[in-house]
Design a protein around this ligand. Structure first.
Ligand code: PHE
Length: 345
């Protein structure tokens, strides 16, 4: 019987190695280990043996049974794993070219705005924010532009058919970032050193140089003993850091109701360094922004004592600066979702 058991064991091992699917495996198991299987048949002979032999053979047959059961289980797992591998192989085609995931990035205006904020922060300016839907009062009256003033025509805007709070007239889409001057004065008082980047709107027919919606950066410095020479120094430093080359600035007289004296600031042409070229139309200078000493009436609107404090303010077009910085020939590109254009930044 010992030989019989050994023979059966080897037979099963041999056959197991050739099995390639679960059905055949189950059949084989029934054939050898089932209730009417070959192992049971052998064990039936046990009763014909002596007590001594019964013990030895009994133990051996148990061992064989356990051993084979384990082998069947191992084979079953092996087959299952193989099937999983097969399924995976069939569902994934490893030869297909990979999918390229596109990453988005910041808009050129945002990139430039962050750069501007960084430079001014390094010079001790805080970055402020204000509402794009503004009251007529903050946008005009508070800035020394009464409703009858012709300067209102310079900044035609979109009026909203709804009144602002506190008898501040109607709501308008702000035409500039200057209303945040008075808002900041009222909120923080003097002294102040802030910039206000933000979106502004004008009732404007669009062309390569004009848009109804664009971005500005306001600047405001209020303290004792502040003069225009501080403004000149700050702007020269700012532009030199931004363009990473020596830039000079100059003042020309200009008019804005909320500054006195008012001025326009130009900077030296970056291409020809002031010698004159196509970009600066042979002038050597590029028009950049409006500025001036804050008007007494504006300080008063901001509840700041004009006898003790004075300051300057400026406002430049972030959008225009982007056109210059990145040599973009049409302002309208900035508002389109044209990826060919946007991916260059
Ligand atoms: N707000 C003005 C404009 O939009 C610019 C400006 C700001 C001028 C501050 C002087 C002082 O044109």
């Amino acid at each position: 019987m010992k030989e019989q058991l050994l023979k059966l064991k080897n037979e099963v091992i041999e056959k197991l190695s050739k099995i390639s699917n679960e059905n055949d495996l189950r059949e084989l198991e029934i054939k050898y280990l089932g209730r009417k299987g070959e192992l049971t048949t052998i064990l039936r002979e046990l009763k014909n043996l002596s007590e001594e032999e019964k013990k030895i053979i009994g133990a051996l047959s148990n061992e064989t049974k356990q051993y084979l059961e384990q082998k069947f289980e191992e084979k079953l797992n092996e087959l299952k794993n193989k099937k999983l591998d097969q399924d995976l192989k069939e569902s994934i085609d490893y030869t297909l070219p990979g999918k390229k995931y596109e990453f988005g990035h910041l808009h050129p205006i945002t990139i430039l705005q962050q750069r501007v904020e960084t430079i001014f922060s390094q010079m001790g300016f805080s970055v402020m924010d204000g509402p794009e839907i503004e009251s007529e009062w903050y946008n005009f009256e508070g800035l020394n532009i009464p409703s009858t003033h012709p300067a209102r025509d310079m900044q035609d805007t979109f009026f909203i058919d709804q009144e602002a709070d506190d008898k501040h007239g109607n709501l308008v889409l702000r035409t500039h970032t200057s209303p945040v001057q008075v808002r900041t004065m009222l909120k923080y008082g003097a002294p102040l050193r802030v910039i206000v980047p933000g979106r502004v709107f004008r009732n404007e027919a669009t062309d390569a140089r004009h848009e109804h919606t664009f971005d500005q950066v306001e600047g405001l410095c209020v303290d004792e003993n502040i003069s225009l020479s501080h403004l000149k120094g700050v702007m020269q430093e700012f532009l030199t850091r931004l363009f990473e080359k020596e830039v000079k600035v100059r003042f020309r007289p200009g008019f804005f109701p909320f500054v006195e004296p008012g001025l326009e600031l130009d900077f030296s042409c970056l291409l020809c360094a002031g010698k004159g070229c196509k970009v600066c139309k042979n002038i050597g200078w590029l028009e950049f922004m409006g500025a001036g000493m804050v008007h007494e009436n504006v300080l008063k609107a901001g509840k700041i004592d004009p006898k003790k404090y004075q300051g300057w303010a400026f406002g430049f077009g972030l959008t225009r600066l982007a056109l210059m910085r990145y040599e973009i020939d049409d302002i309208r590109h900035l508002m389109t979702p044209n990826l060919q254009f946007l991916k260059q930044f």
